[in-house]
Design a binder for this molecule. Structure first.
Ligand SMILES: *Cc1c(COP(=O)(O)O)cnc(C)c1O
Length: 523
């Protein structure tokens, strides 16, 4: 955008009503001030944020938000920002804080925030060339770059999506339609011709590790296959898919006349960060002629890390999910789905007369809508573009390597701490563990479960730190997701002390009462 050194014409300043707020050549000064005010407020808030959360409860916050009269605008952004500080910023959950250890949310890099500001102001829509021009080419370059890092080969392509959930849905859509095509082709010469789609769909199955992401099951439901179409494949004790179990399921499906439309391997499970053995899974898929999808929503950061070898085998995938908003330190949303064979993307192509007529395709005018399940779509790729142009891929990889290193150190800490048991040594940056009372204290497993639940809730309510929780083998566990290189081992040790303190106090309060109760029931 050109510099605008001259003061705005008085007419624009004086303009009232909605027009004064439209962003255009006459309102650039208002835009500049307004955005700078917002940036200033966020910067000041972050500068003085001493904890990841205030511990506010929905009951305390809801009346403040309900009391805002949406029929009475405040008129200027300063007043609206002051109100926003009260109803949102003051009590928001801050992922940049080193004691935010809960979900797969990363602190974000500044070049990406710059990208976010630019992309929303220009407001390109990445469906067609005539709504984005260079934006389309920039997104394509980044898809090419990512496909290159994955090693998918010259025929690869893909598209940015809103997140891993959408990427997985998109990949399953392509796999489903490829499977239907294969069944139809095979039966083309059969008497009566190929079976109708309605007969093929109920026979389709997806094999995914029991530790895979739930969005795969959701995708199966959305695609008309039902949740039951996803068959969970057992994992080993480090929570990686067992290839022998996968081989058995592939065999069983074949014997039962079921068509496995896709095997979903996970490169970085959400709970354990475990990476399925990709080369062996790829062998089995090749032998069975099955689509291999690799969900690398979390593990994609390895593409730029010194641990790239952990993804070996991913180059054999038919489709891959990457979430830059998890391990590339990008703001939400920034994600992509990639495919080895670009022609498969045509399963999501529809020619609309008003938008992308077949004529444009013939004229080779580039567009991304032919590859996407969205129409109007944000230019999220710009954030990654500026990140690579300002910092470079190696700097992003260093950040991810730092959190993986930290998780390894934290595992040592946990493994040596008698107050906790830890499920598995991490490959990436999560730790799943559980508070356990000293053996001398006879406490029921149900109460230990409740003490772990309580520890997490009490910690969040205190606002001092935030951790996640999950259930492993029926027992409540605590979970650290480390995505912040600023989190030190000291932070982790402090949070462990806080958790143990909450759990111990809970047991001290409840264990005597439990002793007087009849036999405890598992909750
Ligand atoms: C987070 C995650 C997803 C879902 O991604 P969103 O961006 O949250 O939609 C899918 N798969 C795995 C392994 C994940 O960790």
């Amino acid at each position: 955008m050109a510099e605008d050194p001259s003061p705005e014409p008085v007419s624009a300043q004086a303009e009232t009503g909605g027009r004064a707020h439209l962003f255009n050549d006459r309102t650039t000064e208002r835009y500049r001030r307004s955005v700078a005010d917002g940036v200033g407020l966020v910067a000041a808030t972050v500068a003085r944020t001493a904890a990841p959360f205030t511990g506010v409860s929905p009951a305390r916050l809801a009346p403040d938000i309900a009391a805002v009269d949406l029929e009475r605008p405040l008129g200027d952004s300063a007043a609206a920002l002051a109100e926003l500080e009260r109803v949102y910023l003051r009590d928001a959950v801050y992922f940049h804080h080193p004691r935010y250890l809960a979900h797969l949310n990363c602190p974000v890099v500044i070049p990406a925030l710059l990208g976010e500001a630019v992309l929303s102001a220009v407001n390109s829509s990445l469906d067609t060339w005539d709504q984005s021009a260079g934006g389309t080419l920039i997104e394509r370059r980044l898809i090419e770059w990512t496909a290159g890092r994955l090693g998918l080969g010259d025929a690869a392509d893909g598209v940015f999506t809103s997140g891993g959930t959408q990427s997985n849905l998109h990949a399953m859509l392509l796999a489903r339609d490829e499977a239907c095509k294969a069944v139809e082709k095979e039966a083309a010469t059969a008497p009566g011709g190929p079976p109708p789609k309605a007969e093929i769909l109920p026979r389709l199955r997806i094999l995914a590790s029991e530790c895979g992401h739930f969005s795969v099951a959701k995708a199966a439901a959305i695609l008309g296959l039902g949740y039951e179409a996803v068959i969970p494949v057992p994992c080993d004790d480090r929570r990686r898919m067992r290839p022998a179990a996968l081989a058995r399921e592939l065999d069983r499906c074949r014997r039962e006349g079921l068509a496995v439309m896709a095997v979903v391997a996970t490169a970085g499970t959400t709970d354990f960060g475990s990476i399925d053995p990709l080369p062996r899974i790829a062998d089995l898929c090749a032998r069975a002629g099955t689509w291999l999808h690799v969900d690398a929503a979390y593990g994609c950061g390895l593409l730029v890390s010194r641990r790239r070898h952990l993804l070996d085998g991913i180059e054999r995938a038919d489709s891959v999910t990457v979430d830059y908003h998890k391990s590339f330190f990008q703001p939400v949303s920034s994600s992509a789905v990639l495919v080895r064979d670009r022609t498969t993307l045509s399963h999501a192509t529809y020619h609309a007369d008003y938008l992308n007529p077949a004529r444009s395709a013939e004229q080779r005018i580039p567009n991304q809508v032919d590859k996407s399940i969205q129409t109007t779509r944000r230019f999220d790729a710009l954030k990654l573009w500026l990140t690579l142009r300002v910092m470079g891929a190696d700097a992003v990889g260093e950040l991810f390597d730092a959190v993986v290193d930290r998780a390894a150190e934290a595992w040592e800490l946990l493994a040596a701490d008698p107050r906790f048991t830890v499920v598995t040594r991490p490959q990436l940056s999560t730790l799943v563990f559980r508070y356990v009372p000293p053996p001398a204290r006879a406490v029921s497993p149900a109460l230990v479960d409740r003490a772990n639940l309580h520890a997490r809730e009490a910690l969040a309510a205190s606002g001092e730190a935030m951790v996640a929780g999950t259930v492993v083998d029926g027992a409540h566990h605590l979970k650290f997701t480390l995505l912040n290189p600023e989190t030190s081992l000291h932070d982790i040790a402090c949070v462990l002390d806080l958790l143990a303190g909450h759990a111990e106090r809970y047991l001290a309060e409840h264990a005597p009462a439990e002793a007087r109760l009849p036999a405890p029931r598992a909750s």
